[in-house]
Design a protein around this ligand. Structure first.
Ligand SMILES: *Cc1c(COP(=O)(O)O)cnc(C)c1O
Length: 231
């Protein structure tokens, strides 16, 4: 077994143990393998080990990898998720090449993605990124802004608003981790109380996926624990 295959097995076991501890079905949490900075060859190793959903942060790097993997010929369909900061001049490639975007944090980005999503493919699945750590983090809209933004994004053609994403500040404190994730879950519940039908909480990474699953995560985004420490 390659080390990526072994790491994947270990991460799947962590997800499954965390789900049991939370009284949840293992199938209720999707594992997204974050392959940013790693070559197409690493993605291929993960695919061979049964992983089909990948997260990328940098548009140019991602497009090269997506193109390279598509050249392989018939194989399993891969699902690409864009999870990094998105500038408005880079939205077209994301709208054309990805299935999901987790990092929408302002309306102009959502509007551009909606206008640029080709109509012959499924709607782009979207999460709004929320800053749940206050001043200590710069990316994501604020908890105050998310309500208006979510209702506006939900109206756009070509997109399907699925839920919320957060990257809390790194912390070893399990209670603090859980309180950040709980804030995202409560925000989602509030939005659903206002008539939206959101089913996705994209939260939890290599160091805090257990706390995220306890608070209802439905997608964990894991890089280091699968591919190793990035250069
Ligand atoms: C890099 C990254 C991850 C993966 O983080 P690890 O700590 O390597 O698991 C998850 N989400 C986002 C948005 C990232 O940029």
């Amino acid at each position: 077994m390659t080390s990526i295959a072994a790491n994947l097995q270990a991460v799947r076991a962590r997800v499954s143990t965390a789900c049991s501890a939370a009284g949840r079905e293992t199938e209720s949490v999707q594992l997204l393998a974050v392959s940013k900075t790693w070559p197409a060859e690493s993605v291929r190793e993960a695919v061979a080990a049964g992983q089909f959903a990948f997260g990328e942060n940098y548009v140019q790097e991602a497009i090269e990898k997506i193109t390279d993997l598509a050249k392989q010929g018939p194989g399993p369909d891969l699902e690409w998720h864009f999870i990094g900061p998105l500038q408005s001049n880079k939205t077209r490639l994301v709208a054309e090449k990805f299935s999901w975007v987790h990092s929408v944090d302002r309306l102009i980005i959502a509007q551009r993605l909606a206008a640029q999503r080709p109509h012959y493919v499924a709607p782009l699945q979207v999460c709004i990124q929320v800053n749940v750590s206050g001043e200590t983090s710069k990316s994501g809209c604020t908890v105050d802004q998310v309500f208006r933004l979510a209702h506006s994004v939900a109206e756009l053609p070509g997109l399907r608003l699925r839920g919320l994403m957060a990257i809390p500040e790194p912390s070893e404190d399990r209670d603090l981790q859980r309180s950040r994730f709980a804030m995202l879950r409560q925000t989602l519940e509030q939005l659903n109380g206002e008539g939206l039908a959101l089913d996705t909480l994209s939260m939890g990474m290599s160091h805090d996926l257990e706390a995220a699953i306890m608070e209802g995560s439905t997608i964990v985004r894991v890089g280091t624990a699968i591919f190793g420490v990035r250069a």
